[in-house]
Write a protein that binds this ligand. Structure first.
Ligand code: TYM
Length: 331
């Protein structure tokens, strides 16, 4: 809680072009909280450098991620939109929480295992302690609810454990946060390999639909999506490709599974793939337009970042003061 409102916090890394996985699993759901909750949405640039980034690209993507937040409906007057490195308390709390997090816990994180396999030449300490920084992001604002895709569930559980451990060692200090994982869209799979998650770092551009892809590209990618040799549009064993397309179609149209099955009865995969592409492109076209408008006004984006950093720093300072006092630091 902050004041009389419950708190929502979430973050997105500016580490690549954002995908419809990021959109459907997370960003699309953010604006629903703006009226009832005190919302903080962060561009987590400190997390992004756990893998090597080209400086000019990191800078551009940080602006882009902020602009996308707004293009997806987040009003900076109703939400605190900010860049993680602009609020030093994230790094500071992260250090403190490192001392309340176990080596064994971090070793069990599946994202660490996956990323260290992928970046075997750069298994840095930041990659290992990544979830502690994420816990700091969340706990700093006394967050009640964290909207994320299901891939972040394990990190959320760790954040809860760290909060509980600190509260137990001293006295209640942090709100123990709950994840908010959407029913549909929690895990959008790759269009080229429906057994793996759609990821912004996938080197195969046909595997991924980007939020900013134009209509022709979206249609082409859906047409090429890997499916099975069957013909019936319904989910099932061995039909992971079709099941994934059904989830995507449902997210963009709001239809139930039964409605989708009925709509495509007697029609082939081709028709269904075209319909998926159309629904996705239509939903994203206003986002793309608004994004282009916002990116043309860097001064405005910078003003939003600055205001966001001030609001976030103010809220973060309250938690930091409390934490330092409990630990025994001289204020
Ligand atoms: P990131 O940048 O990888 O992804 C941003 C959000 O998108 C969700 N997501 C997906 N959802 C469904 N299907 C997919 N294929 C898919 N791919 C990504 C992610 O679950 C996430 O919600 N560690 C976080 C960023 C972070 C954060 C935080 C999130 C840092 N601090 C504090 C919440 C709270 C991450 O890497 O997200």
């Amino acid at each position: 809680m902050l004041g009389d409102k419950k708190v929502v916090f979430s973050g997105v890394q500016p580490s690549g072009n954002l995908t419809i996985g990021n959109y459907l699993g997370a960003i699309k759901n953010f604006s629903a909280f703006s009226d009832e909750y005190r919302c903080f949405y962060c561009v987590v640039d400190l997390h992004a450098i756990t893998v090597r980034q080209v400086p000019a690209e990191l800078r551009r993507r940080t602006y882009e991620t902020l602009a996308l937040y707004m293009a997806c409906g987040l009003d900076p007057e109703k939400n605190t939109l900010f860049v993680q490195s602009h609020v030093p308390a994230h790094a500071e709390l992260s250090w403190l929480l490192n001392c309340y997090t176990m080596f064994g816990e971090l070793s069990r994180m599946t994202q660490f295992k996956d990323k260290s396999a992928k970046h075997a030449d750069n298994i840095n300490a930041g990659l290992f302690t990544y979830p502690v920084l994420m816990a700091a992001d969340i706990l700093l604002y006394q967050t009640d609810l964290v909207p994320v895709g299901v891939d972040q569930k394990q990190h959320l559980e760790l954040a809860r454990d760290i909060a509980g451990r600190f509260n137990q060692a001293y006295s209640p200090t942090f709100v123990v946060p709950e994840p908010y994982i959407p029913q549909s869209g929690m895990k959008i799979m790759s269009l080229a390999d429906p057994l793996s998650k759609m990821s912004k770092s996938d080197p195969n551009p046909n595997a991924v639909v980007y939020i900013l892809d134009d209509k022709d590209t979206v249609l082409r990618k859906f047409r090429r999506a890997v499916t099975d040799s069957g013909a019936e549009v319904r989910p099932g064993e061995g039909k992971e490709g079709i099941s994934n397309l059904i989830s995507i179609y449902r997210c963009f149209t709001g239809k139930t599974e039964e409605e989708v099955i009925k709509e495509f009865e007697g029609k082939g995969y081709g028709d269904f793939k075209t319909a998926c592409g159309e629904a996705c492109a239509d939903a994203l076209s206003p986002v793309r337009e608004e994004f282009a408008r916002l990116m043309a006004d860097k001064a405005y984006l910078e003003a939003v970042m600055k205001k966001g950093a001030e609001e976030a720093s103010y809220a973060a300072a309250r938690t930091m003061a409390k934490v330092k006092k409990k630990i025994g630091f001289i204020g």
